[in-house]
Design a binder for this molecule. Structure first.
Ligand SMILES: [Zn+2]
Ligand SMILES: [Zn+2]
Length: 354
């Protein structure tokens, strides 16, 4: 089969390798769509994967073509999405079905071979069947959409009617949609591209007020948010930017007794000044983190909720796909993401022959 094998940092080779052999309880998924995540850019170009060689790609969907020692549901021929985290099933978090916090997990596309290949070996436990009407492309967005939902679910929703959302990458834009679905009235977003304004109009309707962060001083984000909320501040801030500045802004924008969810992965150390730290104390801010997404095979877990809300038209995923490239064009896709040379949201590679 053809696969993109990361053999070292900045050494992603498109080559012919053996189709993976299956262990008991595994199926072979023929990949139909695989999205590029910002974390893949870091893995391929700067940080590498856990070991080499590894096939990256953790946002993918496909069709089950083979199964080995799998009981129960006949999976062969089924269209599936794939939860990329393979939990140990033993640790304390796994015992509580909080698999996203597993202390000894494996991960398709970073710790073991992932979706930038024609075929991937996947534990049957990690499969989610796609309902008719959900495309492979949409299913390749189950992961970021679930991560976004998980972040929103970290809020104590009781009296959240206004939210400031920092960072409008794929996750941020999907978070805005979830806030809308959860009935949040005012979502104030900041972003660096007016294209984001268009997308936000398409997918999150009229629930947001767009601030162009690129044309304003950083300070004005805080001023604007305070102005829009009668100097009270928003009920909650979700920070997908993850810099010292964004956290300091979040602490300044949130109301007394408000909530902050830190969502983004920081690129460097986060430092805040004493006055900002004091805001956590004096405003009694509830500051919380979010990690990955929940997948427990229950109707209400993040993944099944994404599928449901996507199928019933509340959650818009395909609108966020700006580039559907051929399977052979992954390097081009990575370059688009890395060089930021053109407007992009979700860039994915697809097999179109069906
Ligand atoms: Zn990702
Ligand atoms: Zn575990």
């Amino acid at each position: 089969m053809k696969a993109y094998v990361l053999e070292g940092i900045n050494q992603l080779e498109y080559k012919e390798i053996d189709v993976p052999s299956l262990s008991a309880g595994y199926v072979l998924v023929e990949v139909r769509a695989a999205g590029i995540c910002n974390s893949d850019i870091a893995r391929v170009f700067t940080t590498g994967t856990y070991h080499f060689p590894t096939i990256p790609g953790h946002e993918f969907s496909g069709k089950v073509v083979e199964a080995f020692d799998v009981s129960g549901t006949p999976w062969i021929g089924k269209r599936v999405g794939v939860f990329p985290l393979i939990p140990c099933q033993i640790c304390a978090s796994c015992q509580e079905q909080s698999y996203e916090m597993c202390s000894n997990y494996n991960y398709l596309g970073s710790r073991c071979d992932g979706g930038f290949a024609e075929y991937v070996a996947v534990p049957v436990w990690n499969l989610i069947e796609l309902p008719e009407g959900v495309s492979y492309q949409e299913a390749a967005m189950l992961e970021p959409a679930s991560v976004a939902l998980h972040a929103v679910r970290r809020l104590v929703m009781d009296d959240v009617s206004s939210v400031a959302l920092f960072g409008l990458g794929t996750i941020g834009i999907i978070i805005a949609q979830w806030l809308h679905i959860y009935g949040v009235k005012t979502v104030i977003t900041t972003g660096h591209s007016d294209k984001h304004g268009e997308i936000m109009k398409q997918v999150a309707s009229d629930t947001y007020i767009y601030l162009d962060a690129s044309s304003d001083e950083k300070k004005s984000i805080v001023d604007e948010v305070l102005h829009l909320t009668n100097e009270i501040g928003v009920d909650a801030v979700l920070d997908c930017v993850a810099t010292s500045e964004s956290l300091i802004d979040a602490l300044a924008c949130v109301k007394t007794g408000g909530q902050i969810v830190v969502v983004g992965n920081p690129k460097g150390d986060i430092e805040i000044d004493k006055n900002s730290y004091w805001k956590i104390l004096r405003k009694q801010i509830r500051l919380t983190g979010t990690w990955n997404s929940s997948f427990t095979h229950s109707e209400k877990d993040d993944w099944n909720t994404v599928l449901k809300e996507n199928a019933n038209g509340n959650l818009h995923l395909k609108e966020l796909i700006t580039h559907e490239l051929d399977f052979e064009q992954l390097h081009h896709g990575l370059a688009i993401m890395k060089n930021k040379s053109e407007y992009r949201n979700k860039v994915m590679i697809c097999k179109k022959d069906e």
